[in-house]
Design a protein around this ligand. Structure first.
Ligand code: NAI
Ligand code: MG
Length: 504
């Protein structure tokens, strides 16, 4: 819920005072502590949110538990599906307002956030349909006179911890299957981008979910840690950095909470000499400069076959130099600012590292010199050449508009370099040779491989990481299973007494 203060004329300078949703009530933190969300385009605070502490986290978890043990637990799967569909319709009606909140929080293009918000109902509709199809099994006659069947019961109270880059999309990938499975939620958006999730929570109420089914608490890493550490949280669904993900797994392990993890990447975009180079160049730009490079599947390593290296680079560099940076709310803008100050400094720091490591800055390399960008955190589209795969800039996730270009000679070498990373989230393959495209796709260790396209995501296509890019999968039928516990039930069909000293 929003109350507005400090109106300074321009809508986007309004500071809105936000509250958390716990057990159907809009509340402040018990401590009264708040923090600000900064609009990275204007550089000004635009929202103030509570910082949840231990008591608030505990209250939210208790409310989620009460809903699970109460009215939500009694709601039929069919009715859960109906409620999820109502929420879906409300999201569609409010897509524009949600998109504007995300853009104001993190500076990503309104046109991208709009298209993300328009796709959110797909997730809810798909999983709403699965709610009453989450069937158990009846294993055929496991023993004489024994009947067994399985049930897929909700895993319980889920803590969803979100990053700042695409808050509602990444939340929906957890909420939609989890609600369909019958779970309840405590959602914690990132401290940089809390507002869209709070606006979303207003729709949850309107859709008629019982109080406590979806709670939203705000705060930074400590709030997230408290949530993951809460002994009554059954599962943590996390998206964010690998470093934090590892901490969350360790915290969750102390009370055996289940985890799904969507973490970082250093994804290769591999261009073979036999590719359509214009299409490949466009895909390379989509992979690293869309969303200002702030996406987990960013194609941050361009592996290019040596014979087309110069030609491809010319195409990519020409496009990179003409990318239109500006107000993310403007439909003409192609690249917005970096989401917040620390992230900007991190990206700039990596370009310094690149120079020290001996890479060459072919395009960009620093803050935009355009005076129109002075207030915002604008970093130029940056292309680094003379990169080898062992350099830090080729191994570590930068999470910004910085492309490292690495040449290769043949297919074997391309596969070897592509897989020489701790990550395994995405990979792009550009070639007109059908046999090669699948052959290489099968050998890349990554959760999603894109052939002659890049950065695709769909509600019914599993998504997740190999290696240190994650644990488990979101989206698709598998995703609902990740929110269930399988229970096996044995029924004795005989009325005879059996030997008590042998295993049945
Ligand atoms: P982060 O991974 O630290 O934060 C993600 C979420 O975890 C936030 O809600 C945060 O408050 C929470 N969190 C932080 N510490 C926690 C803890 N100990 N226990 C539980 N929750 C905790 O990401 P951050 O700091 O926003 O960004 C750092 C880097 O992470 C970025 O530079 C980028 O490389 C990467 N990143 C990757 C994302 C992806 O989609 N793969 C998304 C966001 C960030
Ligand atoms: Mg912000």
């Amino acid at each position: 819920m929003t109350t507005t203060a400090n109106v300074t004329g321009n809508d986007r300078a309004v500071v809105t005072r936000q509250h958390m949703l716990i057990g159907g009530e809009w509340v402040d933190a018990v401590s009264g502590e708040t923090s600000e969300s900064i609009n990275p385009y204007s550089g000004r605070a635009w929202a103030q949110v509570p910082v949840a502490g231990a008591e608030d986290v505990d209250r939210a978890v208790k409310q989620a538990r009460a809903a699970l043990d109460g009215v939500w637990g009694q709601t039929s799967a069919l009715d859960r599906g109906r409620m999820i569909r109502r929420l879906s319709a409300l999201i569609a009606e409010n897509a524009e307002a949600l998109a504007e909140a995300e853009t104001t929080d993190n500076g990503k293009l309104l046109r991208e956030m709009r298209s993300q918000m328009k796709s959110l109902p797909d997730w809810f509709d798909y999983f709403a349909g699965l709610a009453d199809k989450n069937e158990g099994t009846t294993p055929p006659d496991p023993k004489p006179n024994m009947f067994a069947y399985t049930r897929r019961e909700p895993v319980g109270v889920v803590g969803a911890i979100l990053p700042w880059n695409s808050p509602l999309l990444l939340m929906s990938m957890k909420l939609a299957p989890g609600l369909a499975a019958g779970c309840t939620f405590v959602v914690k958006p990132a401290e940089q981008t809390p507002v869209s999730t709070l606006k979303f929570a207003e729709l949850v109420e309107k859709a008629g979910f019982p109080p406590g089914v979806i709670n939203v608490i705000t705060g930074a890493g400590e709030t997230g840690r408290l949530l993951a550490a809460h002994p009554d949280v059954d599962k943590i669904a996390f998206t964010g950095s690998t470093e934090t993900g590892i901490k969350v797994i360790k915290t969750a392990a102390d009370h055996m909470a289940r985890v799904t993890m969507e973490l970082g990447g250093k994804s290769p975009n591999i261009v073979f000499a036999d590719a359509d180079l214009a299409a490949a160049a466009n895909g390379v730009v989509a992979g690293i400069f869309a969303a200002t490079g702030q996406t987990c599947v960013a194609g941050s390593r361009l592996l290019v076959q040596r014979e087309v290296h110069d030609q491809l680079l010319e195409l990519v560099a020409t496009r990179a130099r003409t990318i239109k940076m500006g107000d993310p709310l403007d439909a003409q803008t192609e690249m917005g600012p970096i989401a917040f100050r620390e992230q900007f400094d991190k990206v700039a720091g990596y370009v310094d590292i690149a120079r020290r490591e001996g890479a060459t800055v072919l395009v960009g390399g620093g803050r935009s010199p355009d005076p129109a960008h002075a207030d915002g955190l604008f970093f130029q589209p940056t292309i680094l050449t003379d990169v080898t795969n062992d350099m830090r800039i080729a191994q570590e996730e930068i999470f910004g508009p910085v492309l490292s270009v690495i040449p290769f000679d043949d297919e074997e070498e391309a596969i070897r370099i592509a897989n020489d990373t701790q990550y395994g989230l995405g990979a792009g393959i550009w070639t007109n040779n059908v046999a090669r495209s699948h052959r290489v796709a099968h050998r890349i260790k990554a959760g999603s491989v894109f052939i002659n396209t890049y950065r695709m995501l769909g509600f019914n296509v599993p998504f997740g990481g190999f290696k240190r890019s994650g644990l488990g999968r979101e989206n698709g039928i598998e995703a609902i299973r990740a929110y269930t516990e399988t229970k096996s039930i044995w029924v004795n069909l005989s009325e005879e007494t059996r030997d008590p000293f042998v295993l049945g």
